[in-house]
Design a protein around this ligand. Sequence first.
Ligand SMILES: O=C(O)c1ccccc1NCC(=O)[C@H](O)[C@H](O)COP(=O)(O)O
Length: 215
Amino acid sequence: MPENVNVKICGLTDPADVPAALLAGARTLGFVFFEKSPRHLSLDAAAHMTEAVPEGICKVALTVNADDAALDTLLAAVPFLDMLQLHGSESPARVAEVKARYGLPVMKAVGVADRGDLALLNDYVTVADQLLIDAKPPKDAVLPGGNGLAFDWRLIAGRRWPKPWMLAGGLTAENVGEAIALTGARQVDVSSGVESAPGVKDASLINAFCAAALT
Ligand SMILES: O=C(O)c1ccccc1NCC(=O)[C@H](O)[C@H](O)COP(=O)(O)O
């Protein structure tokens, strides 16, 4: 029983999503700062939602190709964050720069569609603190993540990296058990799979997802 699987619920938009995720057993919470996303949070809302989260829960800010000015503003307005998730086309050098400038751990998202994409993970493994292995978005997608699409998990079955990594992309209560069994993931990330509509988290779906991932 993989009691030690870490579940991340990403894209929380309502203050009630925080206790819903924590009561269900999630230990990592993701907050999206990308204006084109239905999960985009204002800085005020994010400060309010993160300030009372208990110690030991990891609060992650998701950004997409954010420059220093945007990150300066974000981190000044929302001082309770524990990790930055870079979900754009940030280079390994940019990942290293962000880590050094802000002193926060960085999780780099890498989109995977085929075996060739796995090489990209090696480019980030030395500079990022964690990897987020996500489905590659379709070419015409507005969002670089959070599209509810899965990739072929067999591509990473048996693969290991010398940094913690998290599996993402199209996970649901129905498929997360199989995804964990096939890939050996100890961390899973979900957004669309626990929503009743884009940007609207559903407590019963969060419960079902965590129950499936944690049993
Ligand atoms: O969720 C968004 O709107 C989003 C926008 C821009 C970049 C990334 C975004 N989401 C990433 C995630 O929520 C997850 O880390 C991951 O992609 C899984 O999403 P899903 O397939 O919806 O479970």
